[in-house]
Ligand binder design. Sequence first.
Ligand SMILES: [Zn+2]
Ligand SMILES: [Zn+2]
Length: 866
Amino acid sequence: MSLPEELPKTYDFAAVEKRWLAEWNDTDFYFDTHSKKPQYIIDTPPPYPTGKLHIGHALNWVYMDIIARYKRMTGFNVMFPQGWDCHGLPTEVKVEETHNITKNDVSREEFRRMCRELTVENIEKMRQSLRTMGFSVDWSNEYITMEPYYYAKTQLSFLRMLKDGYIYQDEHPVNYCTRCETAIAFAEVSYYEGTTLLNFFDFDGLEIATTRPELLAACVAVAVHPDDDRYKEIVGKILRVPIFGHEVTIIADDAVDMNFGSGAVMICTFGDKTDVFWWKKHHLPLRKALSTKGTMTAICGKYEGMTTKDCRAAILADMKALGILKNQKQIDQRVGGCWRCKTPIEILSERQWFVRVKGDEIVKAARDIKWYPEHMLQRLENWAEQMEWDWCISRQRLFATPIPVWFCDKCGEMILPDEADLPIDPTIDKPKHACPKCGGTSFTGETDVLDTWMDSSITDLHVTGWNGSGMPPFFPAQIRPQGHDIIRTWAFYTILRSMALLGEKPWDGILINGMVLGEDGFKMSKSRGNVIGPEDVMGPYGVDALRQWAAAGSSTGQDIQFNWNDVIAASRFQTKMWNIVRFSLMQINKESPVPETNAPSTLLDRWMLANLSHTIAEVTDAMENYLFDKGLKLIRDFAWNVLADEYLELVKGRLYSTEPDRAGAVYTLRTTMDALCTMLSPYIPFFAQECYHHLSGGKRIIDHPWVDFSYTDADAVRDGDLIVRIVGVLRKYKHDAGLALNSPLGEITIYTPSHNVDDAGDLGRTVNGTVVWKAEEPALEKKVGDVVFNKGIVGKTLRGKAGAFMAAVNALSDADKITPPATILVDGEETAVPEGAWTTSFVYSVSGEAVDVIMVDDIMITIQKN
Ligand SMILES: [Zn+2]
Ligand SMILES: [Zn+2]
């Protein structure tokens, strides 16, 4: 046991963090596959290995770490795995930038090697950050999606879903980024506001307005509204496309907006989603004017090879020269861009792989999952409702899980690998058998790779032990923590995959965290200069202050605006707690031996323990419902107000004394401090461990179960609360009387007619007076005291007679002083008494001794000054 002298005056967070990081072992946090305890598996989000943890990660991981630590303390076998979602564009783009190449400049293998290399470095950096922040990650359950053991599972899941008809290939229009040269899913399109030119031109005698003149070569029809009187007569007519000369038909469709432009629109393959809708509905031909590189194709004639931008300018110039460009108008436009590079999305029809989206099945499963907070379910439902196309899962990139498929060169038959041979790369590996259809032995591997979400949508299957044979041993996971920004991707796809592969929901619950906004209330971004990193907070204030900030910042699911005041408040709370611990230790160490089991009989100790018990119940309830901000606020209020400002103030005198009741206060203090350390440990593990180490004589808080303490005592709560209030009014009384707070107060009598109160002298010591509790009605004499004149009124109304008036009033009977008559005799003259001329004070006395009286509700307190 450390002696109190050893506890430094100020809390040195840097030294404490370093010490306990070195003391804790990875094995302390391992999931035990043989445990008899109930399991609690957290399907944690695998971050993208950028090499840097941002403040949003910190928020997310603090939530998860609080859950993991709390659940361990409440008897669960917890798995808090750490994954890394490696594949994808950002790494490819970074590699291209770093080496100043494009993916086509080096071999496929070399490019993938460069991506792997960068990813390995980045993961190591982020691992270190997670460790520094004290997250109790289960490193025995780390997974890296680019490693063969993981992407073999991604491939297995692909093959299973392919065989079950969930996955198919098709030529279908998809969202396409021509800069990244890959298809992307709808969920990856981010929208922003822009402006564009609406061009009115003469289309073979019909005025048409378009924002995409460069797609003129891809025009396959002109559409008008069936009710549009201007065009009723010409539906079915053939028009010749300007500049290009091919013929298209005028069709009628009620999806045409009569009020947009001229009311007649050209349908191109494809300008936007509506073009795809019309193209399908009216079985129109396909004319591809754009290549996957974003340049014009051969059907564009002399414009072939131009970029869309150059082609647009060239066609508009040619229209002008031909005299068919009638008008141009600037309009606002909502542009869909690539989530990675912001390049405007094109819609191209290419052969792609798709996952069938069964929206109803996903929504049904989602409703069977408990959502924290509940209203977030709506977001998933809305997304499922508006899904028009299936999920495009093929990407024309390199650093990703290969699609494990070959095609027979002779007959085109699709050849699949044996599951036992996974993982495979079909561009390197060869099928082990001849083509079952034609006996051919020459094959071409699929070069498309899988969308990264195909990897990350089976994290739950991976951590619960899925290997393709039956139900995974630990399925389902208990909770999925994630941001609300990826409900329509990660949550949606995970449910989809779990339903497709196992037919069951992936988790019991899903916990949604908000985004961290800058101090200015805007999304953090380099260009705004409002980015704050976890290191900016940890440096000056320590990990625990960062953790408190995250936990207390906002209710679960809500965005948090970063605020330095919250960090400072967190740091101040630790200073306050440290002082409480130092004080408590000194008191506890004076008691020898430390009382262990004697439940205290003293009123304020019982009051304190009842309050503690109530707080524990409330904090536990908040933890069970993932209301981290509520839990922490309850603990902080309790420690700061009830413990420090009220209880310690009230029992300080007893602790400094040698009274026998001192032991009760020590016991109460000890019990309270143990409970506080325990409840704080999921939030601020370093601080809690440091305090508990000193308080317990070297024990570890992580070995401590959650607080199991319950005590009710309604009488003690009632009387203790009364004492707290009485201290407040007596302090105000001293203040109003111009007395120092510690000046003696004489004899205080408190009348509680309904019951006896015994405060063991605590109140008297606190207010520096003799306190007598009397279980009886006050025996009080009340007399009229001095009359206090309102000089303003008296002087103004009575002028020269004021002096005589006041003398006459002082001579009145007590009854008249209390209830003034209408007139009184002043110098022999009936004089009207002005309204509010005086007030009468009263003098109280007990057994002939004068006292002051204060009421606290219906409780009377008399003070007899010395
Ligand atoms: Zn892009
Ligand atoms: Zn064949």
